[in-house]
Design a protein around this ligand. Structure first.
Ligand SMILES: [Zn+2]
Length: 453
């Protein structure tokens, strides 16, 4: 389990030291992300950007054959398919729980887990999952990110404002600054946990002084600021090249508010911590599915698996050889079409994604998006499933389904994480249950809210 000692020490430090820690961490992270395979792979992606449909399909077929062959030869969970052809049709649908219960069975024998990076994902369902990726896979994933930033004419090292889930400041400390600076990437990180009405003028003032080239992060956090800017008729002293959003769905109206307030376009990204899919919007608002990152299929209502259509999204990684998840049920619904775009790209396109719906938990004027809340669940070991019920402001009930290896420390850790985000006054009740039933659409909801905000 992740230790929260470093975070405790960080939160207890003076602001100048916190800035130093953020910058040192930024430097380490910069090397991890942008070293090794990153640059050459980015160049490759840029060269391949305008491939035709046919060229993309041929390339994808080759990558798919390679990952499936590797899977059936080296991954214990797929050993029984060894005599089969390396074709998707020969691989079964894979659910999150099956992976969560047998993680080591999905790691390729070609890799030593000690040399791999573990990504923890709470996901939209809050059932925790650990996914291993190789260092090269991570570097290539950041090549896809840079390729996405190309639409905004943004390069790492240009000024960027980030609204993310990291705890930069104790939630009960309502004194500015609500931001810390990562000098390595010229990245100003803003707290998503202090966006109360009274604090927002500080955020706006700092954004005006910093003049970021792009703003990125949770749509809900950026929306809060955008709404404030419009309500108070504030004129910004800069126009960002773009607003890059990810991690949760947001409404058309919220997007309009953000675009109007910042006089800039929203570029949304869709992906999953399981490293199976990467899709992002170009300047024409088309969400291109990256052909070299993963294969996205659709499980239709009639039970067929098709390459286009509407239904449950099924993804196969083409990038993560260390832990190849094949025909993996991400847990989101959407529509995949084949469409050309004015930007010149010919890829499959993702539309109408339903899932990871942005909701908020509230406590004393504080609103924390569920994408951030997911972090509290990410490191939970010995927990099969979790759900937060909020029936009134300032109080929540957390339902937990234990596994046999449950460790009471998990509960303490989660409570600590929730308090860090929502403050000490939040009343938290824990309820152990045998099962958490899905919603009518078959999806698990991480947060259920039973009152009007
Ligand atoms: Zn396009």
């Amino acid at each position: 389990m992740k230790s929260h000692l470093p975070e405790r020490l960080y939160l207890a430090s003076p602001i100048w030291l916190q800035n130093t820690i953020v910058s040192l961490y930024g430097r380490v992270e910069h090397k991890r992300r942008y070293g090794g395979a990153h640059n050459s792979f980015l160049e490759h992606l840029r060269e391949n950007r305008l491939l035709s449909f046919e060229e993309n399909k041929t390339l994808q077929k080759k990558l798919l054959r390679s990952i499936l062959t590797n899977a059936k030869n080296n991954v214990p969970a797929y050993e029984h398919l060894r005599s089969r052809q390396p074709e998707l049709a020969n691989f079964p649908l894979l659910g999150r729980q099956r992976v969560a219960d047998n993680i080591e069975q999905f790691v390729s024998r070609e890799f030593n887990p000690k040399n791999l990076l573990a990504l923890y994902t709470g996901g939209s369902s809050a059932s925790p999952l650990k996914v291993y990726i190789s260092k090269a896979t991570r570097q290539k994933t950041y090549s896809f990110w840079q390729s996405f930033y190309d639409y905004m004419d943004f390069n790492i090292g240009d000024r960027k404002a980030s609204f993310v889930g990291r705890k930069l400041q104790a939630p009960d400390d309502n004194r500015p600054p609500f931001w810390r600076y990562n000098i390595t990437d010229k990245q100003l990180l803003f707290s998503s946990y202090h966006l109360e009405e009274a604090n927002i003028p500080h955020y706006v003032e700092k954004l005006n002084a910093f003049k970021p080239k792009i703003i990125e992060g949770y749509p809900f956090s950026i929306y809060r600021i955008a709404e404030y800017i419009l309500n108070h008729s504030i004129t910004l002293s800069f126009i960002p090249n773009g607003i890059s959003t990810s991690s949760e769905n947001f409404s058309v109206r919220q997007r309009e508010v953000i675009e109007k307030a910042f006089k800039s376009k929203v570029f949304d990204q869709y992906g999953s911590a399981e490293s199976v899919v990467f899709a992002s919007e170009c300047q024409h608002g088309t969400m291109h599915i990256e052909p070299e990152y993963g294969v996205l299929e659709v499980l239709t209502e009639s039970g067929d698996i098709t390459s286009t259509g509407r239904g449950e999204l099924i993804a196969t990684t083409l990038l993560n050889e260390a832990m190849p998840l094949i025909r993996y049920r991400i847990g989101d619904f959407g529509t995949v079409i084949e469409d050309s775009c004015a930007c010149g790209r010919e890829t499959y396109v993702l539309r109408e994604i339903h899932g990871k719906v942005g909701a908020v938990i509230v406590n004393e004027g504080r609103q924390v998006p569920t994408a951030a809340i997911a972090i509290a669940f990410e490191y939970l070991e010995g927990i099969k499933n979790a759900q937060i019920i909020q029936n009134q402001p300032s109080a929540v009930t957390v339902k937990l389904v234990k596994k046999p290896d449950f460790n009471p420390k998990s509960e303490k850790f989660m409570i600590w994480e929730l308090r860090k985000m929502l403050g000490d006054s939040l009343k938290i009740d824990i309820e152990y249950v045998n099962d958490i039933p899905p919603e009518a659409n078959g999806k698990y909801k991480m947060v259920v809210q039973n009152f009007q905000k």
